[in-house]
Design a protein around this ligand. Structure first.
Ligand SMILES: Cc1cc2nc3c(=O)[nH]c(=O)nc-3n(C[C@H](O)[C@H](O)[C@H](O)COP(=O)(O)OP(=O)(O)OC[C@H]3O[C@@H](n4cnc5c(N)ncnc54)[C@H](O)[C@@H]3O)c2cc1C
Length: 316
């Protein structure tokens, strides 16, 4: 495999010479290949909602399929298992945290509906996070089992193309691997972006990729952004009893119905989320006590302001 990799790293013409020299070439993928090179009808790069659905359907239609999934750790070092954004750092943990927040609200309302609550209920982020993370891990495992049941081969490495029918990568133990297929589907999804032009953004900030895997409460949090991710995170943090502020440069939920967007932000403000509209962060600094001091500008007045937070979450 190492020799094949080395050859495939050389100029493009050589790739084709070598692939054609293989019995059946890349097109006869399922039936043969160079020594150490595995061949499939379909190779899917990305084991998220899109990639897994595609791979399972193709396998059900009798195709020889492989999925390659690899999670590059966030700048904070957070990483997770098979299933992609939705399962690990999106829809699933988010909905569980919303549920935790909603339960808190219900408990506060409950006495008025006749429930006798012995004492004010306290929330433990640690316990919630552990339960959410265990559930997500069980889903990671479930996805692996589903692939196995459908005879879809799963690889855990970061795939790079060497030509239009072949990808390469390095397995955990350091072994290089080469996979070829008649068809390759790219289902690599997306990741949150850091505003790297803001001083201290990468050094001190986190994104939703980290939030769902925190073991301890994020505490007083500034969420920067106006996307649904920003609004949802600020919403459930407020619901969990945390001091949450959302900083929006222009309008919330751009490209959504703006009447609905206003209803959402008004509702959030009534429920305790502080909303800073028309503001843009300029700098994040760490104070000696570990708190984060954020300097921002109010774009209408050009006035600068400051605030301290335990966590700054970029959802821009
Ligand atoms: C906080 C949050 C909440 C959300 N809530 C909802 C919701 O309620 N409802 C909804 O419909 N959607 C929601 N979404 C969006 C949803 O999660 C995504 O649209 C969906 O997960 C995208 O799926 P995908 O398969 O395209 O990509 P992903 O799920 O991102 O999967 C791509 C996979 O490919 C891997 N990969 C990337 N490059 C390579 C490579 N070179 N080699 C190997 N592997 C690679 C990635 O690490 C990842 O595992 C939410 C997203 C976020 C962030």
């Amino acid at each position: 495999a190492a020799a094949a990799m080395a050859a495939l790293r050389s100029p493009a013409g050589l790739f084709w010479w070598r692939l054609r020299a293989v019995p059946g070439g890349a097109r006869g993928a399922a039936s043969g290949g160079a020594a150490g090179q595995q061949c499939y009808d379909l190779l899917v790069i990305g084991g998220g909602s899109g990639g897994l659905a595609c791979a399972k359907e193709a396998a059900q239609l009798g195709k020889k399929v492989a999925v390659v999934d690899y999670v590059s750790p966030s700048p904070r070092g957070t990483s997770w298992g098979l299933g992609g954004t939705c399962v690990n750092v999106g829809c699933i943990p988010k909905k569980l945290m919303h549920q935790a927040a909603l339960l808190g609200g219900m408990m506060r309302d409950a006495p008025r509906y006749g429930w006798e609550m012995a004492q004010p209920a306290l929330h433990s982020w640690r316990k919630m996070a552990e339960a959410v993370q265990n559930h997500v891990k069980s889903l990671n495992w479930g996805h692996r089992v589903q692939l196995q049941d459908r005879k879809v081969k799963y690889f855990n490495f970061k795939a790079s193309f060497v030509n239009k029918h072949t990808v390469c990568g390095v397995l955990k133990g350091g072994k290089e691997i080469l996979l070829s297929a008649e068809h390759i589907v790219i289902a690599t999804g997306g990741r949150p972006r850091y505003p790297t032009h803001i001083e201290g953004a990468v050094e001190y900030g986190i994104t939703s990729d980290d939030l769902f895997w925190l073991k301890e409460s994020p505490g007083k949090t500034l969420v920067v952004g106006a996307s649904y991710v920003a609004l949802e995170c600020a919403g459930f943090l407020t619901g969990l009893g945390l001091d949450a502020t959302i900083m929006i440069r222009s309008i919330p939920l751009r490209a959504f119905d703006q009447q609905m967007a206003s209803l959402v932000t008004e509702h959030m403000a009534v429920h305790g989320t502080r909303i800073l509209k028309g503001c843009m962060p300029l700098r994040v600094e760490k104070l000696p006590d570990g708190q984060l001091q954020v300097t921002w500008v109010d774009l209408a007045s050009d006035r600068r302001d400051m605030g301290t937070f335990d966590t700054v979450l970029w959802a821009t």
